[in-house]
Design a protein around this ligand. Structure first.
Ligand SMILES: Cc1cc2nc3c(=O)[nH]c(=O)nc-3n(C[C@H](O)[C@H](O)[C@H](O)COP(=O)(O)OP(=O)(O)OC[C@H]3O[C@@H](n4cnc5c(N)ncnc54)[C@H](O)[C@@H]3O)c2cc1C
Length: 259
């Protein structure tokens, strides 16, 4: 690890001003990804700005049909929310230590192609609120470890529409907890959405599955639908063909879990 300074701002404004200072700055949330990258010397920031305790990024509240979760909410805190599919998803992440340290904002900013939260954010059609704008889930995830965030832009909160019904199913890697594939299915006032994580280079939706479920929200409606393995991930955990198979199986399980 290269040496760096650590700054703990007292407010959001203080954090944003600190980021604008000379030299390379990085926000530090739960540190579950960033500290590993620093240990491997993959990054060399001059200063880390610790945002994990900022009051503006903490808290979970109800707001006009939305559940608004602060970016510094830990996975353990999200596991206690009153949207059961989202709570179950957060409770399935990693292990106790990861869930107590890792944050929603850090997970979204990092945008691991197998991240769990990505599936709920895209599946519910949530809105990512930053210090400078609101970004729809459809516009936020732009590629592998890439998002629409601009340099220095800070995720403040995520606003999830409350679903009429929603379910999440994943095949969990027994070592890390990451989904080999995970599928989030939701019906909200805006319609049905199906989001897949772990299968491709970035979380993605399944329009054909969404149309079938909009007509008939049942696992039976998905019979005969398939995802071509062509662009899916292939690695030591699973072939692309196995992942394609899992998408169908897990989508049906997610619908069953949604009730
Ligand atoms: C052993 C292990 C198992 C794991 N298993 C899973 C799993 O099963 N499923 C899963 O989804 N994830 C898993 N993770 C990832 C973990 O859940 C963390 O969410 C993730 O590593 C990043 O969150 P963090 O708060 O630790 O962010 P950090 O590591 O602190 O930061 C990550 C990046 O995000 C940036 N950042 C942080 N917060 C913000 C913000 N509010 N706005 C803008 N940028 C920000 C940082 O600058 C940094 O670039 C695992 C991690 C480990 C180490």
């Amino acid at each position: 690890m290269y040496p760096f300074a650590l700054y703990r701002p007292a407010s959001l404004a203080d954090a944003l001003a600190a980021f604008a200072a000379a030299g390379e700055q990085k926000y530090l949330a739960g540190g579950q990804t960033l500290l590993a990258a620093l240990k491997l010397r993959l990054a060399r920031p001059d200063r880390l700005i610790d945002i994990a305790r900022l009051p503006e990024l903490k808290g979970i509240r109800a707001e006009d049909g939305f559940l608004v979760v602060g970016a510094a909410a830990t996975h353990a805190e999200v596991a206690g929310v009153d949207i059961p599919a989202l709570a179950a998803l957060a409770g399935s992440i990693g292990d106790l230590q990861v869930r107590n340290m890792g944050t929603l904002g850090g997970a979204l900013a990092n945008n691991d192609p197998a991240g769990d939260h990505q599936a709920a954010v895209l599946g519910l059609g949530a809105e990512i609120r930053t210090d400078r704008r609101c970004i729809s889930a459809d516009a936020f995830f732009t590629g592998m470890f890439e998002t629409a965030l601009e340099p220095g832009e800070l995720i403040v909160a995520v606003a999830y529409p409350r679903p009429l019904r929603a379910g999440y199913a994943k095949l969990r890697n027994p070592a890390s907890g990451y989904p080999v594939v995970g599928v989030f299915v939701a019906e909200t006032e805006a319609g049905v959405r199906v989001a897949v994580t772990g299968a491709g280079h970035c979380v993605f939706r399944l329009p054909e599955f969404e149309r079938a479920l909009a007509a008939n929200f049942s696992a039976a409606a998905l019979q005969g639908l398939a995802v071509p393995p062509g662009d899916l991930n292939r690695d030591l955990h699973a072939t692309a063909e196995y992942r394609a198979h899992l998408v169908g199986v897990l989508a049906a399980r997610a619908v069953a879990a949604a009730g």
